[in-house]
Write a protein that binds this ligand. Structure first.
Ligand code: NAG
Length: 231
């Protein structure tokens, strides 16, 4: 009986993790889920720079990750094992900091946590239409982005590029017209279209280095479940 109870408990935990993963994971590929944080890695996470209470790192400057190029979900998962997530660029100061990192280190592009709400759970949401203008959010903290065709609050410029593959302002969902792949993820590109450093919508399967930022949600969770841990 006890074994049965334990098995049921295990099954419930596993199931709820899977459900959590499905809810939070906007991957197109089935059977891929968000990674859980690893307390050891969280305690020893790379802290390359610090801004408004959060630590950050660029994967190209971490020896173990320096040659890794990963798709968007793998990028999130690399960060999440460290109690971090892909970087979210909610303010101009933070955006300028990341643009400077890219410029000073000649980084070709990075993944951010920016995501188009075009997966299960995003249907029947008039507030997210039209998708290309109102459908974008930061998946690390689920914060909605400013309309893509406007200068965001507190910014003096629109960080989305004015141009791209179709010579139109971003997001342009260009790869969809080439072969039906939606550009659902937000990458900062370094002058790929002779447009300086700017935001672009990109198909999520492309492989890029990442910038990770502390996740308060994951740090709080690991702190609460590992008494005495120093994060
Ligand atoms: C779509 O086109 C891009 C760019 O040419 C290519 O890299 C990608 O593999 C194509 N995807 C599919 C599903 O054909």
């Amino acid at each position: 009986m006890r074994i049965f109870t334990t098995l049921v408990a295990f099954a419930v935990v596993t199931f709820s993790n899977v459900v959590l993963g499905q809810l939070r994971s906007p991957s197109n590929r089935p059977g891929r889920f968000l990674a859980l944080p690893n307390p050891q890695k969280c305690a020893n996470r790379p802290k390359q720079f610090f801004f408004r209470g959060h630590n950050y790192f660029y994967s190209g400057h971490v020896p173990a990750l320096a040659n890794r190029r990963v798709d968007w979900l793998d990028g999130r998962n690399i960060c999440r094992e460290y109690c971090m997530d892909l970087v979210s660029l909610e303010t101009q100061e933070e955006n300028n900091m990341i643009f400077r990192l890219i410029q000073q280190n000649d980084v070709p592009y990075i993944w951010t946590s920016g995501r188009l709400c075009d997966f299960k759970g995003c249907e029947n949401r008039p507030d997210l239409e039209p998708k290309n203008i109102l459908g974008w959010f930061w998946s690390a903290n689920r914060e909605k982005m400013a309309p893509t065709n406007q200068v965001p609050n507190g910014f003096s410029y629109n960080p989305w590029s004015r141009t791209g593959h179709k010579k139109q302002p971003q997001p342009d969902n260009a790869e969809f017209e080439i072969n039906g792949t939606t550009e659902s993820c937000l990458s900062v590109l370094n002058n790929v279209y002779n447009d300086g450093i700017a935001w672009h919508d990109v198909a999520c399967y492309h492989e890029k280095p990442v910038v990770c930022e502390d996740s308060e949600e994951l740090l709080n969770y690991v702190a609460a479940t590992n008494p005495g841990i120093r994060l």
